[in-house]
Design a protein around this ligand. Structure first.
Ligand code: GUN
Length: 284
């Protein structure tokens, strides 16, 4: 039987609607949530992300500010800009669009963002919170992917979850979130031997590899929840890391690309921004 589609359009709209309500409530209390995005250079994929973020802010009533910096920007100038946004009370969330040009130190830049304004959840303090299961900001893509997994209504406790990819942005935080749900988690990567032996055990399979069509039907357990985090471009067309056409005949649930996890990332970014603004109220 063909898999049920986990529709990112439908699921992200649920989150955006709730964010819009929370933004209204914040405004009634005199707080106008603001998100600043720093974009260094003009990477075409980043331009698309940034445009979608601006659109999401407009839809939910969040103030959006995009700071465009020259591709040759120095580390010092980038960090000075972050410092200004840290000090700006109109800005509750700061996002530095990645990847940065090669001459810039990403980790050093991310470390300059105040942890409470780090709506990406990339600051070491927030990564540490996730690791220890304490309250912090959770990275948007894994948070959105977990929302999709939970929307299936499947009991996650004790399930086998396999994450392909070990990036700081997706793979590692995804593994932590699934561990918090009491899954038995395996993280696979480019040096994993006999990858398919791992993936075929997975009740929940998350692909964050960056290779088009990498996960094929023979790698998937019948009935599995398959989450495709990949955004690849092949002949001008966007496709994921999962060979959708074959895998959809075997999985129980599957996310499409486009229209899957990508939409959830933006929705969770808006949600994290509303949350950051709410925290300023509870601190007063
Ligand atoms: N580039 C690709 N995905 C992301 C993301 O989630 N956050 C940031 N800051 N940059 C990205």
């Amino acid at each position: 039987m063909a898999a049920q589609i986990l529709d990112g359009k439908v699921l992200s709209a649920q989150i955006r609607d709730k964010v819009a309500e929370r933004v209204c409530a914040l405004k009634e209390q005199g707080v106008n949530p603001g998100l600043a995005v720093i974009l260094v250079g003009n990477d075409p994929a980043s331009e698309i992300y940034v445009r979608n973020k601006e659109k999401g802010c407009a839809e939910t009533g969040i103030l959006s500010r995009t700071i465009r910096m020259d591709a040759e920007t120095s580390q010092e100038d980038l960090e000075a800009e972050i410092g200004k946004l840290n000090a700006d009370p109109a800005i509750h969330g700061i996002l530095v669009q990645l990847p940065l040009p090669a001459h810039l130190d990403e980790q050093a830049a991310l470390a300059k963002i105040l942890p409470e304004k780090d709506v990406d959840g990339f600051h070491l303090v927030n990564a540490g919170h996730l690791m220890t299961g304490t309250e912090g900001v959770v990275a948007c893509t894994p948070k959105g992917a977990l929302y999709m997994i939970r929307s299936t209504g499947t009991e996650l406790s004790g399930k086998e979850a396999v994450v392909i990819g070990r990036s700081n942005i997706v793979g590692k935080p995804m593994a932590m979130l699934l561990l918090q749900q009491n899954c038995t988690v395996t993280v696979c990567h480019s040096r994993t031997r006999n990858l398919a032996e791992h993936t075929r055990r997975a009740d929940i399979l998350v692909a964050a590899v960056g290779k088009p069509g990498f996960v094929t039907a023979d790698m998937v357990k019948p009935g599995a929840i398959v989450i495709d985090v990949g955004i690849n471009r092949v002949d001008g067309k966007v496709c994921g890391d999962v060979d959708f056409e074959s895998v959809k005949e075997k999985a129980g649930w599957i996310t499409p690309v486009p229209g899957g996890v990508g939409k959830m990332t933006i929705a969770m970014l808006l949600s994290n921004t509303a949350e950051a603004a709410e925290r300023t109220l509870s601190r007063e």
